[in-house]
Design a protein around this ligand. Structure first.
Ligand code: ADP
Length: 251
């Protein structure tokens, strides 16, 4: 069976500096995969390269065996909250409806069914009461939920999420992980840039350890080891009691 994501010998550069070198991994269908690595490791760049948002220098990226353009409707993307202009005057419902454009076509108006799906999706993330609220007037956690609703309404097969837990409260984090687990249970594939090492084993069944190169990728029990975390983070790992590790982040 063709894997949802198959990356071979991928190199990506900004100007002439390579930030991702010789990246190779595959992601199996129905997995919840974390991309883990220190700041500047190239995690966001990797997602953007897979989505064709930045060009690659060389290598091969396949979504269900085809280039991204041929499969873009199968892919949902939740960008980093900080990378979005939240002052843009639009309502939560409009943001979610944007997720339907791939189905509707950009020049048509959303129909009743699209509207119903968007509302249902807002409900799933507990945001139905905020449908008409301007996105600038939502809290960080609420904005993240709206983004998630937009991805859900797309009805994709593969979801990429860039740090969905940053700046959200514990209740939202729980709601998000529950949604991701539901997607996985439906056979969808979810790839998440994640920086909280404490929750990796609890949340994710697969991991990719990244620091400009892939240090390891595969099943969490095999990949998420102290030795490989050391290789990924260098001296930035800090140890807590009961063998827990965390990273001294400069954010
Ligand atoms: P991460 O998501 O792991 O923190 P990024 O993918 O954001 O890492 O960045 C990887 C490297 O590429 C960093 O050294 C960063 O400074 C650099 N970089 C990211 N975006 C750009 C850009 N638009 N132009 C030039 N360099 C960039």
């Amino acid at each position: 069976m063709t894997n949802p994501i198959e990356i071979k010998k991928l190199t990506v550069a900004y100007d002439k500096t390579a930030v991702l070198k010789d990246i190779q991994f595959s992601v199996p269908k129905g997995s919840l995969t974390a991309i883990i690595g220190p700041n500047g490791a190239g995690k966001s760049t990797l997602i953007k390269a897979i989505l064709g948002l930045i060009p690659k220098v060389s290598g091969d990226i396949k979504i269900y065996g085809k280039p991204y353009r041929a499969k873009d409707r199968l892919v949902g993307y939740v960008p980093q909250r900080g990378s979005v202009d939240w002052d843009f005057p639009t309502s939560a419902l409009d943001v979610v409806l944007m997720g339907r454009y791939g189905h509707i076509g950009w020049f048509k108006r959303p129909g009743k069914e699209d509207m119903a799906l968007a509302k249902e999706s807002l409900k799933k993330v507990g945001m139905d009461a905020y449908a008409n609220r301007q996105i600038s007037q939502l809290s960080g956690g609420q904005q993240q939920r709206v983004f998630l609703a937009r991805a859900l309404v797309q009805d994709a097969q593969v979801y990429f999420m860039d740090e969905p837990f940053v700046g959200v409260d514990a209740a939202t984090e729980k709601a998000i992980i529950q949604l991701l687990t539901d997607l996985k249970d439906q056979g969808k594939t979810v790839i998440v840039v994640h920086h909280d090492l404490q929750t990796v084993e609890e949340y994710f069944d697969h991991c990719i350890l990244l620091n400009k190169e892939v240090i390891a990728s595969g099943v969490t029990e095999e990949v998420f080891t102290l030795e490989q975390l050391h290789q990924t983070y260098g001296g930035k790992l800090a140890f807590l009691d009961k063998g827990k590790v965390m990273v001294e982040q400069t954010r």
